[in-house]
Design a protein around this ligand. Sequence first.
Ligand code: GLN
Length: 451
Amino acid sequence: TAHLDAIAALNPRLNAYLTVTAEAALRGAGAADAALARGEQAPLGGIPLGIKDLFCTEGVRTTAASRMLENFVPPYESTVTRQLLRDGAVFLGKTNLDEFAMGSSNTNSAFGPVENPWHRTGDDAVLVPGGSSGGSAAAVAARIAMGATGTDTGGSIRQPASFCGIAGIKPTYGRCSRWGVVAFASSLDQPGPMARTVEDCAIMLRSMAGYDARDSTSVDRPVPDYAAACGRSLKGVRVGIPREYRADGMPSEIEALWQQGISWLRDAGCEIVDVSLPHTQYGLATYYIVAPAECSSNLARYDGIRYGRRVEAPTLDGLYEASREAGFGAEVKRRILIGTYVLSSGYYDAYYLRAQKVRSLILRDFTEAYRTVDALLTPTAPSAAFALGENMDDPIKMYLNDIFTVPASMAGMPGLSVPAGLDHQGLPLGLQLLGRPFDEETLFALGSAIE
Ligand code: GLN
């Protein structure tokens, strides 16, 4: 009830929730109380969560923040949300995002931007929460959810977590099922938790993760007790500092925070090692070929016939065109155009195939590095939260936000963003821990030493 009251008070300004499911939440809370009274302990009994509006929720509108799916009510529940409900979680509602998870500021939502609850000291300019999981990050930061689900294709959990001063982890690709999650770029998309602390993320991930026969890329491995890794001894853990992440023009405060993170880990018993990931500089360019290519293929289903918005027209082609024109926003259209271009005959070899080859080289960089180190430490994003309206006229500038998060996505490896400090204007900054495939535990252990 406290959370629902806080949503009623704050959401009109923040726009973090697109749909609030108050009745279902109260029913869920009642059931959790009853279970507790019977002496039953559920891992997430009664914990109020926000669900990114990219997860299909049975009987609850799921929009992907697009006009295309404005009135779409799924007849089924995604695997991840089903598992959270199984473990007693209570859903407060569906959180805002960039349309189809494409963006880094949540300004691409068809239902309006999200406000970051943080402000610069002495300045009330509205700041973006990051994206694409901006509604989830803002909801957790504003205390109108105890935790939230996100999805991360190229940084959409980690960058908004950093901008809003919370923790968020992109698990290894294949760790959480993608079944029932609206697809953006299938070889990169991965659900994960966002919460106030590293330990809360660990608790949520245990419920979200696990094999699912309905997702062919889901991996059949036992799910560890991630929370048990928090606070674990770090003696002898080797942490690499990738020199290519020292980007030119990195704000000195982020550089300083990175140094601070290094000393915290050293004090906790880690051994710090200089490493090289030579293909880092190609991460962004190859991501912005592979992700749009897969997006153009995935979004072909929104043709006005099978799903979502339909705009009638005298011919079939006319119906497709009119439905897509009305249903998709500008960034989604840009991605579809880039994607169909790089996949078209004559350009396929030059762009898509080449990007896939570079992707293998990026993966090899990480594999090499993990021969000598157990994890890597980098900043999460090249800046703190920026003002609403900034970077909006230049897509390339917006894409640059993803420079530190995209390489691990291309390699399918896990990444945790930990709130690590404030800049001189009082805005939160995050540090990113990257690790070996399916070794989220080391990230939780390291992350809990930093936060
Ligand atoms: N910001 C990146 C993009 O726009 C990543 C988005 C995501 O991870 N879903 O594609």
